[in-house]
Design a protein. Structure first.
Length: 259
């Protein structure tokens, strides 16, 4: 039991920005229209030119921007996930490649190259792994993530030593629904065999994590690393932490025991 008098049987975590941290500065430099940014395109440009030589990179990049915008609207509206390979396949069709198995294979190769770069810029800090290791023996623990390439999400937590500390992992790429849709939360709770009132959800996204978890009846610990103000029309979280190691206080684990 924690200092508020509440006790939980399960803790569910978001992945990116919560368990795993993304470092934009670890992405390659990418120059486009006179501006230099950090983007996977900094290295994907050469891959695209090699694998899709008949299509000018400028045309490919414009098509990708259009597809990203189109799918972004659909994902927000319908809360359905589109895989990274599907996204690249849409781009390839947009630039004139035929709808064929070879195009799908090429899309998968581009998605893999893109994800390798993202994975290289993402880490689960040792302090986060230590927190998970402390929580795991005392709670049912799940990972619930919006991400369009489940193999990469699983690879990151396995590579950095976090995977043994989850009883269940659900990625929107595999599940189909995206947070804040209730199903991705309730299906995870069903696997853990706990009710929403017995679970704490930990995440950094107000719109996906706070709204989604609250609407199914879970308490919320908001990871607010930058001490940002809570956006308007977002439910007030039950707890706010800068990073997940602070959850030891939320969960009454400051000493050697736990809730």
């Amino acid at each position: 039991m924690n200092e508020t008098g509440k006790s939980y049987r399960a803790v569910l975590f978001d992945l990116f920005g919560t368990v795993a941290l993304f470092a934009q500065e670890r992405l390659p430099l990418f120059e486009w229209e006179g501006k230099i940014t950090r983007s996977t395109m900094g290295k994907l440009r050469a891959v695209i030119k090699e694998k899709v030589p008949a299509v000018p990179f400028e045309q490919f990049f414009m098509a990708m921007s259009a597809v990203n915008q189109e799918l972004g609207v659909l994902r927000t509206r319908d809360m359905r996930e589109f895989s990274s390979a599907y996204r690249f396949n849409r781009v390839l069709l947009h630039v004139g490649l035929p709808e064929a198995a070879a195009t799908q294979q090429l899309a998968g190769e581009l998605a893999t190259a893109h994800m390798e770069l993202l994975a290289g810029a993402t880490t689960v800090p040792p302090a986060h792994v230590n927190l998970l290791a402390r929580v795991f023996p005392h709670y049912r623990v799940a990972l619930v993530s919006n991400f369009d390439h489940s193999l990469t999400a699983r690879r990151i937590i396995e590579r950095d030593g976090a995977s043994p500390y989850f009883h269940h992992v659900v990625i929107s790429d595999e599940h189909g629904w995206r947070k804040p849709h209730p199903r991705i939360f309730t299906d995870a709770l069903d696997v853990l065999q706990v009710s929403p009132s017995e679970a704490l959800f930990v995440g950094d996204s107000p719109s996906d994590d706070i709204v989604g978890a609250r609407q199914v009846g879970m308490d919320i610990a908001w990871v607010n690393a930058l001490d940002a103000p809570l956006p308007e029309n977002i439910p007030v979280p039950d707890y706010t932490v800068r990073a997940i190691p602070e959850l030891q206080h939320v969960l009454g684990m400051s000493g050697t025991g736990s809730a």
